[in-house]
Ligand binder design. Structure first.
Ligand SMILES: [Zn+2]
Length: 154
């Protein structure tokens, strides 16, 4: 069975408000923290870019200290781990760019991080400025599109 990504209401609210704050001018994003259950990747916390993120129209580099603080807090709360990242694209379809794939490949190859797979959520803006959400599971050899569900599971 192919896996699905589940964003809790809390995580999705953070993403939505960060996207609205940026209003499509610059790329924004942050880390995703949660649990990889195999068939479900559950995101419980989405980070914002942080005060020292570097952003432009086509590039986003997160604030590492901000991400590390969020990760420590989420681990304390419910043992949530760093499972991926989200960011915006000024266009649709929301597909990982070559720069994105190169950065995910570096994470997957980093022995200190010990990722088997890396979750990527991309928010693209279509011509009507509607947000389109796409989920990807990235492994050493491939990026696979997977469904994203929003809201709280019962
Ligand atoms: Zn990108």
């Amino acid at each position: 069975m192919s896996p699905v990504i589940h964003l809790t209401t809390t995580a999705w609210d953070t993403i939505r408000s960060e996207v609205a704050a940026e209003a499509g001018r610059l790329e924004t994003g942050g880390i995703l923290l949660g649990h990889d259950f195999g068939d479900v990747l559950q995101v419980t916390v989405a980070g914002g870019p942080g005060p020292n993120a570097q952003r432009s129209r086509d590039r986003f580099l997160r604030d590492r200290d901000h991400a590390a603080q969020l990760a420590a807090g989420a681990w304390e709360a419910d043992r949530a781990q760093w499972i991926g990242e989200w960011h915006t694209h000024p266009t649709t379809p929301p597909v990982p760019s070559p720069i994105d794939l190169a950065s995910y490949a570096r994470h997957l190859q980093d022995p200190d991080l010990s990722f088997d797979r890396f979750l990527s959520v991309i928010i693209g803006q279509d011509d009507q400025h509607q947000a389109r959400v796409a989920g990807w599971i990235v492994t050493a050899g491939a990026a696979t599109s997977v469904p994203v569900s929003l809201g709280d599971l019962q």
